[in-house]
Design a protein around this ligand. Structure first.
Ligand code: NAD
Length: 295
């Protein structure tokens, strides 16, 4: 029975359509209107990750920033990987982490570069003294109107960012992880309900789900859990940088049963749960956070 204080999810966050806007990849928080809600003023920690050490790729903005804030407020030290162009976003996120008296480290570089992807993990291992949580969240997408428009160089960027940028950091960290560690991949509803305009991106998200299931089977006997979160439409800098027109942006997320796009903070709890001891029997799973859209 409700105590009368439950929040109506339809009205829990901004419902007004986003104004027309465009920006280049990678998207920047300061150019995203309205500013996404990463939980700065609303996420309350409960010490569920006290003393743990986390690396979050794409942790400077959007979903990654919301996870970084939540992890710091739950008691974890957090390193973030991001593209060098996003140093301002990264600095802001590190400030939010250190404001919680946790260690915050920014590691700029391009995860498509294998040497950097490996170094980034080694740096996090060295500077944090080990890793308990690896969130593989960096991603890239771009829109096309029809299939023949799919340019090889764009597709290569999607495949390299979303696949190599996931697998190589995981491969580097895997031998170093101790029992109790948790790997979490940001997949997408696109893995299960692919849009033609995001065909190459959807392929990578489906591949990430296969990666999570296969690695979970190998990792379980070592006491390591591997899971995915599958977000639906979430308002982040990636969205105005995808190449959609004003009408598509204005309707973004309105086709969900909840009737609005998600905010990054609404994803944070899923990543906290999967990293925490509460999820000790959860591995090889895909957790949907989609505003009610079925996977
Ligand atoms: P975002 O733009 O805030 O975050 C993406 C981050 O990826 C960037 O900040 C950037 O730091 C990082 N990145 C991209 N290319 C990189 C590279 N080559 N090297 C290093 N870092 C790189 O957007 P977001 O929406 O928070 O995206 C986070 C994840 O969520 C992505 O994997 C995305 O596919 C996934 N996702 C987003 C949505 C959504 O609606 N926003 C829905 C489903 C899944």
């Amino acid at each position: 029975m409700s105590d009368g204080n439950a929040t109506d999810p339809r009205h829990a966050h901004r419902e007004e359509p986003a104004p027309p806007q465009q920006q280049d990849q990678p998207g920047k928080t300061g150019r995203t209107e309205p500013t996404p809600d990463h939980g700065e003023d609303r996420y309350v920690g409960h010490g569920r990750l006290a003393g743990r050490r986390a690396l979050i790729t794409g942790g400077d903005s959007g979903i990654g920033r919301a996870v970084a804030i939540a992890y710091a407020r739950e008691g974890a030290d957090v390193a973030i990987v991001h593209l060098p162009e996003e140093q301002k976003d990264a600095d802001d996120t590190v400030r939010l982490i250190t404001a919680e008296d946790r260690r915050g480290i920014s590691i700029p570089g391009d995860l498509r570069d294998e040497a950097f992807a490996e170094d980034a993990v080694r740096r996090a291992l060295d500077e944090l003294g080990g890793l308990d949580i690896l969130v593989l969240n960096a991603g890239y997408q771009h829109d096309i109107d029809e299939f023949p428009q799919l340019r090889t160089e764009d597709m290569r960027r999607v495949f390299e960012t979303n696949l190599l940028g996931t697998v190589i950091p995981a491969r580097t960290a895997f031998p170093e992880l101790e029992p109790g560690a948790s790997i979490i991949v940001t997949a997408s509803i696109q893995a299960f309900q692919p849009s033609p305009g995001l065909i190459d991106y959807a392929m990578t998200k489906a591949a990430q789900v296969a990666f999570v299931k296969a690695l979970a089977e190998e990792a379980g006997p070592r006491g390591i859990r591997v899971n995915a979160v599958a977000p639906g439409p979430v308002w982040t800098p990636l969205i105005p940088a995808t190449g959609w027109d004003a009408e598509k942006l204005a309707h973004f997320g309105t086709d969900t049963p909840i009737g609005r796009p998600g905010q990054p903070v609404e994803l944070a709890g899923a990543y906290v749960y999967l990293a925490s001891d509460e999820a000790s029997y959860v591995s090889g799973a895909v957790l949907p956070v989609t505003g009610g859209k079925p996977l």
